[in-house]
Design a protein around this ligand. Structure first.
Ligand code: AKG
Length: 290
């Protein structure tokens, strides 16, 4: 299975089957260090508190490189295509405490599927629509390090979310090393927190890719970044949308009718499909061989 097309197909199969793909070493040690110190800067006022801060890109330039990370973005475009943007982001800092379970938190694990009203508005099964990436900046190989828990197969079963303090047998913690990216299906039930009694603060950044016609989850205060960003980054921050005339019909949004200026990510010059496929395939092959 060394043909890139086969490897990518099997990554797709893994994603569809399990609801997630892990990419170890998606970030270098240097990137982990600079992203961790950006989180520390932004949470310096109250370092002992749990932080879950949305809309990160306008808050620190260090985060910008996550938008089009070569180890991750090609996998996203293979799964969602190129008419996408980042409609949500947040950083989470979870200091260690002595508590061995989540009873200290009112809403416990905070089990949920991403997407809020999508799950009320659409019948089950709703389509995938968006993928979230967790960029884990702390080693989470020891139990009780504040891992994200997932409910196995829940992206397919449509089962109810467990109650706040419940830890069902089908729940498992995402054990991973610092630098790992985990791409997960929006419909997979996951925790908002778990107990961290590791002695070390857990730091994670979450970035959500969605179709461009889906609204922002957070305010996306990013206009001031325009001059710092490449066309692809501008697309991913929602800055490239034009109003177009389609077959003589005026005033149609490029969110629904994307032209080449709306989606630089789709330009052949940016994608070079064959070499892109090979580079994704190389990365995925490393993942499968672990
Ligand atoms: O912090 C975590 O482990 C998960 C947070 C998350 O994905 C969410 O809040 O949707």
């Amino acid at each position: 299975m060394n043909d890139p097309v086969d490897i990518i197909q099997s990554a797709r199969d893994v994603f569809e089957e399990t609801g997630y793909i892990t990419i170890p070493d998606a970030l270098t040690g240097q990137q982990v260090a600079s992203l961790s110190s950006a989180i520390d800067e932004l949470t310096a006022r109250d370092p002992g508190k749990i932080h879950n801060v949305a809309d990160i890109f306008g808050k620190h330039d260090a985060f910008l490189e996550l938008l089009d990370l070569p180890t991750v973005l090609p996998v996203i475009t293979e799964l969602l295509g190129t008419n996408i943007w980042v409609n949500h982001s947040h950083l989470n800092a979870n200091p260690a405490t002595d508590s061995k379970d989540v009873s200290e938190f009112d809403n416990g694990y905070g089990w949920h599927r991403d997407g809020g009203a999508i799950h009320k508005d659409l019948p089950w099964p709703p389509p995938l629509l968006s993928i979230k990436i967790g960029f884990y900046l702390t080693d989470l190989m020891q139990e009780g390090s504040g891992q994200t828990y997932f409910i196995r197969d829940s992206h397919k079963t449509g089962e109810r979310t467990p109650s706040a303090q419940e830890l069902p047998d089908s729940a498992f913690p995402m054990m991973c090393k610092a630098g790992t990216a985990v791409l997960f299906d929006r419909r997979l039930i996951h925790s908002i927190r778990s107990a961290n009694y590791s002695g070390s603060k857990r730091r994670v950044i979450f970035v959500q890719y969605a179709f461009r016609w889906m609204a922002a989850v957070d305010p996306m205060k990013v206009e001031h970044l325009r001059r710092k960003c490449s066309p692809v980054r501008q697309q991913l921050l929602g800055m490239t949308t034009r109003v177009r005339t389609i077959d003589g019909a005026q005033g149609r949004s490029g969110l629904y009718y994307p032209g080449p200026e709306d989606v630089p990510l789709a330009h052949p010059g940016n994608t070079r499909r064959e070499s892109r496929l090979r580079s994704i395939a190389r990365r995925l092959l490393q993942v499968f061989r672990r």
